[in-house]
Write a protein that binds this ligand. Sequence first.
Ligand SMILES: Nc1ncnc2c1ncn2[C@@H]1O[C@H](COP(=O)(O)OP(=O)(O)OP(=O)(O)O)[C@@H](O)[C@H]1O
Ligand SMILES: [Mg+2]
Length: 338
Amino acid sequence: MVPEHYKGTIIVENLSKIFYIRKRRKGFLGSVLNLFYAEKYPLYAVDNISFQIQKGEIVGYLGPNGAGKSTTIKMLTGILMPTSGKILVNGLEPFTKRKIVTKNIGVVFGQRTQLWWDLPLYETFDLLRIIYKIDKDTFKNRLEEYINILGLDSFMDQQVRKLSLGQRMRADLAASLIHNPDILFLDEPTIGLDILTKDIVRKTIKYLNQKKKITVILTTHDIEDIEYLADRLILIDKGKIRYDGKLDHFIQMYQKSKRILIYLENEILLENFLNGYKILKNDMNRFYEIEIPLKESVSNVIDKIQKIGGRIHDITVKKQELADTLKEIYKGKEIELG
Ligand SMILES: Nc1ncnc2c1ncn2[C@@H]1O[C@H](COP(=O)(O)OP(=O)(O)OP(=O)(O)O)[C@@H](O)[C@H]1O
Ligand SMILES: [Mg+2]
């Protein structure tokens, strides 16, 4: 038996996954040689990472294409065997204890379905009931709940292969929850969805986390998923963790300046009076977007504008976009990561 305090937790220590990739030789002789002597080189898809996730956390697992996110999720869910290192999911090793681990986790890979392709959707759920040995009443109530939250009613009789992407993804999410898991692993659960369906999926994830205290680890390329859901980020690049901490802290750490949007009642040319600030936009000498250093107070700027006769109608301070920060990091700019 697994001790109760491990429930809903993930522990990863010095985890690595190396894939051995065949080196291809060029030319005729090369292709002949390829047939007989496969020369291989190691690819460190996940390179010695460690982290711990507590029960009830929602963690955004981010990184550029090829960073090692899916490889990590596959190891955490017992699909792939680690090359080295330790994983405990709900206190158990996923690869060696796959059967028990699977009973208490939910997994959604946005890129492919886990449902039975040829069956009508309701039969898929019924099969899961049998596999997970869920009693009929509990099953009925739970399924009804998810049919309502995720809006599955109109396509429950439809064959899975005929479902649209958005329908299939919602069905997959419901299927991953039918056995009431402690931890939910989501690998790009909103990929290709329209904005309304994205909203349904996000709200469902939030509901599960808040009401049922499900631990969630989520990979996504959609910044809004992160802003809406995650309070912690783990950022991975080339197999290595580059940041692990609060989302708020991440944004603050990289924020070097802020932008203020000013709407004036009267026309006035500010360019000559605001030395040291960068004017990013000037529309008809009335609407300005100005970049000021993070430490500078907004009231200083207001004072300066008023002194030269500017009457301020409206002013807003724009926070640094998470997307901008991530873009710089993905581009490999030398930002000091803490
Ligand atoms: N089965 C495999 N055999 C060989 N190489 C693999 C295998 N699976 C993944 N890789 C390689 O490992 C690296 C990490 O891949 P992974 O799928 O984990 O990236 P990812 O972070 O999920 O990227 P994306 O955002 O594009 O989904 C890539 O370079 C990929 O080509
Ligand atoms: Mg991936």
